[in-house]
Design a protein around this ligand. Structure first.
Ligand SMILES: C[S@@+](CC[C@H](N)C(=O)[O-])C[C@H]1O[C@@H](n2cnc3c(N)ncnc32)[C@H](O)[C@@H]1O
Length: 292
């Protein structure tokens, strides 16, 4: 049987290699070759848009979630795709299952959980900072938030952090799920810890929405406000269907009418007052995103 199938398999492999070479500069076409997942075109077009300017750079790319779940010999499709697309880059994978069997030239894989701070720090100590991080791992809301808090600071300036499959933030925990669905639920779906409540503070989507305000922290009228790490280092956030791209850089330039979180003297003069206190504003507390 194996012998009968092998010429076929060989031709399939050859075809795959040929096509991935032809499409090596286009993630929209490359992704369907490396992924049988739901709607690869949807993800591919945004990867292409954001990664094309970086294609020939020498980068360190980390993808959390190698694929293949419990099988140590299965998965690694996206790692191989990044290797093909970024010819000068090193690709790192991370999975809770030992996937080291899938390592090859320019692909190194670590075993550990994405919410384990000690493990993540050890990885960074070995690899150095990353230029691109893609979170396609457990998709648990608490994990995704925890991983972002630990790994975003380990991204180089100009780097991009991608959170994939954000649909899991709308899938409630098993307890809630069972309230409206009598069918059996696969365990990993039950553990995502999303919510039916769009304003539920514990979901990754709300964490990401809170990060949007970080972009404008220099515009906050809030004397005494202390900018947090994400305020100072997030320079762009792009939301798409099931995919979010967060750009890192220097976000410390002063605001338009605000400087050091108070109104600038020239603006006070323009509106005809001597100090902000004259406006008798009340300043609600602003929690850091890390509190979410
Ligand atoms: C959706 S698959 C990744 C697919 C792969 N990125 C691709 O596109 O080919 C998710 C992977 O995350 C891994 N995973 C699950 N929980 C994890 C955790 N806590 N930390 C790291 N990886 C985890 C699973 O073992 C699985 O292989």
């Amino acid at each position: 049987m194996v012998l009968e199938n092998s010429p076929n398999l060989f031709l399939q492999k050859l075809h795959h290699q040929f096509m991935s070479f032809i499409y090596r500069n286009d993630l929209q076409k490359l992704l369907p070759l490396y992924s049988s997942k739901w709607n690869p075109h949807l993800f591919g077009q945004h990867y292409q848009e954001h990664f094309a300017p970086l294609i020939n750079k020498k980068l360190k790319i980390l993808e959390i979630g190698v694929g293949g779940y419990e099988d140590p010999y299965s998965g690694g499709d996206s790692l191989r795709m990044w290797k093909q697309y970024f010819p000068n880059s090193m690709v790192y994978g991370m999975d809770i299952v030992d996937k080291k069997a899938l390592q090859e030239d320019r692909i190194k894989i670590f075993q550990g959980s994405q919410d384990d701070e000690g493990f993540l720090k050890k990885v960074v100590a070995e690899t150095g900072r990353f230029d691109i991080i893609i979170d396609d791992g457990s998709h648990r809301n608490d994990h995704v938030i925890q991983t972002f808090k630990i790994l975003f600071p380990e991204l180089n300036n100009g780097g991009i952090y991608v959170v994939k499959n954000t649909h899991t933030f709308y899938i409630p925990s098993y307890k809630n799920w069972s309230n409206f669905c009598k069918d059996d639920v696969a365990p990993h779906w039950a553990e995502y810890g999303g919510s039916l409540d769009l304003y539920d503070q514990k979901t990754m989507m709300n964490f990401l929405k809170r990060l949007v305000d970080c972009l404008s922290h220099q515009e906050f009228i809030h004397p005494g406000y202390t900018p947090n790490y994400f305020d100072k280092h997030i320079v762009g956030i792009h939301f798409y269907r099931n995919q979010v791209f967060i750009y890192k850089g220097d976000n410390t330039a002063p605001g338009n009418v605000v400087e050091n979180n108070t109104l600038r003297p020239d603006f006070l003069q323009e509106i005809g007052i001597n100090s902000l206190a004259e406006l008798k504003l009340e300043f609600p507390a602003i929690d850091a995103p890390t509190k979410l």
